[in-house]
Design a protein around this ligand. Structure first.
Ligand SMILES: NC(=O)c1ccc[n+]([C@@H]2O[C@H](COP(=O)([O-])OP(=O)(O)OC[C@H]3O[C@@H](n4cnc5c(N)ncnc54)[C@H](OP(=O)(O)O)[C@@H]3O)[C@@H](O)[C@H]2O)c1
Length: 248
């Protein structure tokens, strides 16, 4: 069992809910994000509901590599080890390419891809030293195609992290290190608020439970939640680009 679990992007949305689910299963947690007040509130909530667990927090910006390396090392020391690292922090702030918003697209790439690379480096350093560990990468259904408008850079980062995860998996096939890539569909979070009228959006708590199930099984890849996103994901892969451009 992976006892000590580090989650980035734990201050809201999917990451915060993952922390609640793992806390209920008695796991120790290392929670990271930029908003310290949110992390402190979550730690108070988790420790009062589950007094037997340890919850360490660390304020860090994943787009600043030294904060990731120092933060992960400090959290590993505080918990004694890191057994699972969930690379979850992400933003979806992109704008159509060539419309003068390089800043927004750069922030998306630096957070979602460069930040993910730094997290993988830091996690794999400790897993390689221990000879075991579970790396979980939160990609997206958006990884399956190049996407138009505000999600062009975002989709590219999510394809990038899925490829990064597969490469690390290839590198560690005959070891006790496991790598899981999750491809979530649309789920309520701060990125997709409950005010969003899209009827397909999945509810946070049940959706995150399907993510936890896939992580605990340590499957190589999973589309989560499976319904309706596994079918829509397969459709996305074969859709003509004209439909992608119109509907996605
Ligand atoms: N919700 C969906 O439908 C969906 C679908 C597919 C994939 N995903 C992926 O799931 C992950 C979680 O997103 P979410 O939906 O839960 O959105 P969210 O509620 O907006 O959460 C994003 C989390 O990432 C953290 N974060 C953002 N930039 C950061 C930075 N530079 N350094 C450190 N932490 C940072 C945020 O914390 P601070 O602001 O406190 O730093 C927050 O905790 C993301 O990677 C997202 O791409 C979500």
């Amino acid at each position: 069992m992976r006892r000590n679990i580090l989650i980035t992007g734990a201050s809201s949305g999917l990451g915060a809910q993952m922390a609640r689910e793992f806390a209920a299963r008695g796991r120790n947690l290392a929670l990271c994000a930029r908003r310290t007040d949110r992390l402190e509130e979550l730690r108070t909530e988790l420790i009062s509901a589950h007094p037997g667990i340890t919850v360490a927090i660390r304020t860090l910006d994943v787009a600043v590599p030294d904060q990731v390396f120092d933060g992960f090392r400090a959290l590993a020391a505080e918990l004694g080890s890191l057994d699972r690292v969930i690379v979850n922090a992400g933003v979806g702030k992109g704008q159509p390419i060539g419309t003068g918003r390089f800043d927004a697209n750069l922030q998306t790439v630096q957070t979602n891809f460069v930040g993910a690379l730094a997290q993988c480096e830091a996690a794999m350093e400790t897993f390689r030293a221990n000879g075991t560990g579970h790396l979980v990468m939160i990609s997206s259904l958006a990884a399956f195609r190049g996407l138009p408008r505000n999600v062009t850079a975002y989709a590219a980062t999510k394809a990038g992290v899925a490829s990064l995860a597969e490469g690390i998996r290839a590198d560690t096939l005959r070891t006790r290190i496991r790598v899981t890539t999750l491809f979530p569909g649309y789920i309520h979070s701060e990125m997709n608020p409950e005010s969003d009228p899209n009827p397909l959006i999945s509810r946070t708590v049940p959706a995150v439970r399907t993510m936890i199930t896939a992580m605990e099984r340590e499957v190589p890849t999973a589309i989560v939640p499976p319904w309706p996103w596994a079918i829509l994901g397969r459709a996305m892969k074969i859709m003509p680009l004209s439909l992608v451009a119109r509907f996605l």
